[in-house]
Design a protein. Structure first.
Length: 345
């Protein structure tokens, strides 16, 4: 995270040290599994997950404290829909004590008061998922009428209620076989809302999700759009490997366990969300050094290369990819400070 408040500089310095040493720097935290939408590309809304508990704020505080002994992390708060948590501002605050909290939401529950509370608590980024420029297609994908309108409204509210210049708001889309033509209209919409734009590549690795025939020209088309639209701030090295991932069924080697991991709503730790049932330990019950050692051991055994989603793709592009200088420049564009009330140029 390059854009930070001066008071956050020591935390950033420790994070950069971990990054340069290629240690654990990114955690996906599944706060809860409940969701009011019925997305066709996710199964966490299904009945088997609805009885799952949510992490309490006190549990998140313990997780945050334990992760701090490994080093500051980018902690991506997800679910389910994280804004269903009754104390989401407290959760963000607990993580922000030691780490850099970011969040992906569907936008349904965003209000001006909630946006200000989340940003005041220390969120660095909030992203809202929008996969189609056609409201009806987005609503069908989400299984809820009015989902598109609420997502767009949420982006506008979040952009208007940032508290600090280093805080960012992104629209994010899952790239699939049927929405490549939607990317440019979504970029224009992002620009009109004063937010930046990201994508992640669809993964069918978890559950019984449908495989999708993503066009082989996906990287060429995304990179061309990125050149034309400054709001498209995804790393060029990440986008450039979409076509390879489509052709090969993923990208290897995977560095999950060494550089990133997943923590679920019970504190169980795994390499990634797609393999959440293959736990290596529980961070609420075990010391952090034991968790880190177990993750590294699982990483050494791991032969999976079945995805190229942004949670690993962006980190691995910066750590191991070519064009290091160009990708660092892109990362700066993704995280640079932006005066409150001013849209990205």
């Amino acid at each position: 995270m390059l854009g930070v408040d001066l008071s956050e500089a020591p935390k950033l310095a420790r994070y950069l040290a971990s990054f340069l040493r290629r240690r654990l720097v990114h955690v996906n935290l599944q706060l809860l599994y409940r969701c009011t939408m019925r997305c066709r590309i996710c199964d966490f809304w299904q009945e088997k997950y609805q009885r799952e508990p949510a992490l309490t704020t006190a549990q998140v505080e313990r997780i945050s404290d334990k992760l701090a002994s490994i080093g500051p992390q980018i902690v991506s708060i997800g679910g389910g829909e994280p804004l269903l948590h009754p104390d989401i501002a407290g959760v963000v605050r607990a993580i922000a004590r030691h780490h850099f909290p970011v969040m992906i939401c569907n936008g349904w529950f965003v209000t001006p008061a909630l946006a200000r509370a989340v940003f005041a608590a220390g969120a660095y980024e909030v992203s809202i998922s929008v996969d189609y420029a056609d409201p009806a297609k987005h609503d069908r994908q989400r299984g809820v009428e009015g989902a598109f309108e609420r997502a767009v409204t949420a982006l506008r509210i979040l952009a208007e209620n940032r508290v600090h210049p280093y805080q960012r708001v992104h629209m994010i889309s899952v790239v699939m076989e049927d929405n490549l033509d939607d990317i440019e209209p979504l970029l224009r919409l992002s620009r009109s809302l004063g937010v930046t734009y990201l994508v992640t590549l669809y993964s069918d690795s978890r559950g019984a999700k449908t495989s999708r025939r993503i066009p082989p020209e996906v990287s060429r088309r995304l990179l061309e759009l990125r050149r034309r639209y400054p709001a498209f701030v995804a790393l060029r090295g990440y986008l450039g490997r979409f076509a390879e991932s489509v052709a090969r069924g993923g990208i290897g080697p995977c560095h999950a366990g060494r550089n990133l991991c997943n923590i679920d709503n019970r504190g169980n730790v795994s390499l990634c969300i797609d393999r959440a049932d293959e736990t290596v330990g529980n961070i609420l019950e075990q010391p952090p050094e034991a968790i880190e050692a177990a993750l590294l051991a699982a990483h050494r055994r791991n032969t999976c290369h079945a995805c190229w989603t942004s949670c690993r793709g962006s980190i691995e592009t910066l750590m191991y990819g070519p064009e290091r200088l160009g990708n660092l420049k892109d990362y700066y564009r993704m995280t640079e400070t932006l005066p409150v009330g001013m849209p990205p140029s």
